[in-house]
Design a protein around this ligand. Structure first.
Ligand code: ZN
Length: 295
């Protein structure tokens, strides 16, 4: 079972683009529009006094020059491919909820204006994925480990950080799946062959993972984003502890363990980075009662 998602993603590389599930993605995007609208989650979201966090995030170095519209197109292809391998959990209330929380946390990031799209996908693996342009998915298996909304905010914060820092986009550039130097990208997207290469590289990155430093950076930034959004910043560390408790040879965490540093190592690095700077925020909102429960 653990290899299902990975194999399915890789399998869709080999087939024609018929496996890409844009219908599912479109439905999700439409639903989010209806559910959250422009005002996003503001009326319901927690707002704590600004924490000490913002100054801890160094500014983003300019990377490449992929226009945002192209970045979104690239991410959409990869997200569609992922949904072809594992569809969304059929629970509109859950999807709307995850989008409300995700968009609120993203609004605290350096890229608040991206069209952020979040979803919970049908897989019992414990994992989460981000694609360029603002697409973020977590599995049912990971969602079920969450105790409250602060945990969710921490997990989404980590993935949002990958998008904000363009970790996957940079790797795609490095692998030369996209040619940043040329202006041809616009014409290339939609071209079957280029799309296939792009999606192949995207799936490969999701399967192989980013480098460790990118993961540690996303952890640090995820905590900061959750805190900025008014949540208890210890949500992400709490989830990492849960994952750590799951044995490494448990099949549901095999892919996560393969693509990320061990949760204990991530916790140690986070502990160093956080120090006691977040202690004052320990009593920020957890919102346990608001988490949409999944069977
Ligand atoms: Zn990550």
């Amino acid at each position: 079972m653990n290899r299902f998602l990975l194999l399915a993603m890789l399998a869709t590389m080999a087939t024609e683009s018929g496996a890409i599930d844009f219908d599912n993605l479109k439905k999700l995007e439409d639903r989010i529009k209806g559910a959250t609208g422009q005002s996003s989650s503001a009326p319901q979201a927690p707002r704590a006094a600004p924490g000490p966090a913002p100054s801890q995030v160094p500014s983003i170095p300019p990377v490449g020059n992929v226009p945002e519209a192209d970045e979104v197109k690239i991410g959409r292809q990869i997200a569609g491919n992922l949904l072809g391998a594992a569809p969304l959990v059929n629970n509109p209330a859950l999807q709307a909820y995850v989008n409300r929380v995700g968009r609120w946390v993203a609004s605290a990031s350096e890229r608040p204006d991206l069209k952020w799209t979040f979803g919970v996908i049908e897989s019992n693996d414990v994992n989460a994925f981000a694609a360029p342009g603002g697409y973020v998915f977590l599995t049912r298996g990971l969602y079920r480990l969450l105790r409250d909304e602060a945990d969710l905010a921490g997990v989404l914060g980590h993935e949002i950080a990958h998008v904000v820092r363009k970790h996957h986009l940079k790797l795609l550039q490095k692998s030369q799946a996209i040619d940043v130097g040329s202006n041809l990208l616009k014409d290339q997207i939609g071209n079957q062959k280029v799309t296939k290469t792009l999606i192949g590289s995207g799936a490969e990155i999701l399967a192989r993972g980013l480098d460790k430093d990118a993961e540690f950076e996303a952890d640090r930034m995820g905590v900061v984003l959750a805190a900025r959004a008014g949540y208890d910043p210890f949500g992400l560390p709490a989830v990492l502890q849960e994952i750590s408790a799951a044995s490494a040879d448990s099949s549901s965490v095999a892919l996560l363990f393969k693509t990320h540093p061990h949760p204990d190592e991530r916790l140690a690095r986070l502990g160093e980075a956080m120090g006691d700077r977040f202690d004052a925020l320990k009593r920020s909102k957890n919102l346990q009662e608001r988490l949409v429960r999944l069977p």
